[in-house]
Design a protein around this ligand. Structure first.
Ligand code: EPU
Length: 326
């Protein structure tokens, strides 16, 4: 058992009724049996969680951090990584091996397990593009269940584990397919110009890290959960009406309509760089809310609520959190 604060990149000093770590699937099964029927919350680095109060249940932390090659063919390698491994540690190793597929996801905080639940994404790539299957244990009875990529029902920062199977399975490992000779994906933003020399997994990784360092706070220095909101998708009709009023409104085609950057909407509402209590709308990327020092969970929630309200009033667009409130 662990008796300290629950890991979370917002750096909220929150505790769980019980917090326990496991080093093997049998230890995890034992913990699930011991706490049968109690609320269970698997936590990686807590990089997408906002704890609004102490957690009245059992927080489980995986200390299973190995990765291994399962198989390979002439074009690709199958890698199985355990859920507790930091995603960026894995990506660094894969880039060093010259394997393609995850370099654009460099420097995202969080564990391998969380990356599958959240379908993390950056610079034109999402975890779902490289995930082959997700291995899990049932919280109810400790049995193993494997989800194929399709069964995970991945969407934008979304999966079946956040919806109909929320709270039912713990991800134990994820199997990824990496390419031996990949295509650089450099079309997002200024990524192409940020890559120095020949694009390789390592040179792209370096460029992504440099861009992220310029725009996003380091969670080791300033508490945050990365993007706090998702970028909303609106109908073409609503977009065209807005474009008449705001000819410079940035936009991208998306499934089901037009995606508008929440950062732009928030900036137009005047929130960029502004604080409410100990919470601040980050000055270099307003999509990110930060703990400016001693923010309470209420400070973050109040700032998020005020931003959502103002975006709704000004643009009639509802922006919703990417961060999961606990
Ligand atoms: N923008 C502004 N003002 C700003 C900053 C940005 O108006 O101060 C507008 C600009 O038009 C810019 C656009 O927002 O072109 C998009 O900004 P950016 O490319 O920085 O990315 P994003 O859409 O804000 C998404 C992800 C990030 C991911 C980046 C890069 C979401 C919610 N966020 O942000 O993911 O790193 O793209 O791919 O989809 C995360 O999920 O925690 C995260 C950081």
């Amino acid at each position: 058992m662990v008796n300290s604060y629950i890991p979370n990149t917002f750096r909220m000093p929150v505790k769980a009724r019980v917090m326990a770590e496991y080093n093997s699937l049998s230890e995890l099964r034992e913990l699930l049996a011991d706490h049968h029927g109690e609320p269970i919350l698997p936590v990686g680095e807590g990089s997408n969680l906002l704890f609004t109060h102490d957690y009245e249940g059992v927080v489980l932390i995986s200390r299973m951090v190995r990765a291994r090659a399962l198989d390979e063919d002439k074009d690709s390698v199958l890698i199985e990584a355990e859920a507790g491994l930091k995603m960026d540690t894995l990506i660094e190793q894969l880039c060093d091996m010259g394997l393609w597929g995850m370099e654009n996801l460099s420097h995202i905080p969080g564990t391998v397990g969380a990356s599958a639940v959240q379908n993390v994404g950056a610079y034109g790539v999402e975890a779902k593009d490289v995930i082959v299957r997700v291995n899990t244990l049932s919280i109810a009875d400790g049995t193993e269940r494997v989800f194929t990529n399709e069964e995970c029902q991945f969407g934008y920062r979304d999966s079946i584990f956040k919806n109909e199977l929320h709270g039912r399975y713990i991800v134990t490992s994820v199997v990824f397919r990496l390419q031996k000779d990949g295509e650089p994906r450099l079309d997002y933003g200024n990524l192409r110009t940020a890559v120095h020399g020949v694009p390789t997994p390592s040179s792209i990784r370096e460029a992504v890290i440099a861009i992220r360092r310029q725009k996003l706070p380091e969670v080791t220095e300033l508490g945050s959960a990365g993007s706090f909101f998702k970028n909303p998708v609106i109908s073409s009709e609503q977009f065209l009406a807005l474009q008449m009023q705001y000819p410079d409104i940035p936009h991208y085609d998306a499934l089901g309509g037009i995606k508008v950057p929440a950062a732009w909407l928030i900036e137009q509402c005047g929130w960029k760089g502004k604080s409410l209590g100990g919470a601040r709308c980050y000055e270099k990327q307003p999509l990110v809310l930060v703990n400016a020092g001693n923010a309470t969970p209420d400070d973050i929630v109040n700032l998020a609520t005020a931003i959502c309200r103002d975006v709704k009033t000004k643009f009639n667009i509802t922006i919703s959190p990417e961060v999961n409130y606990i």
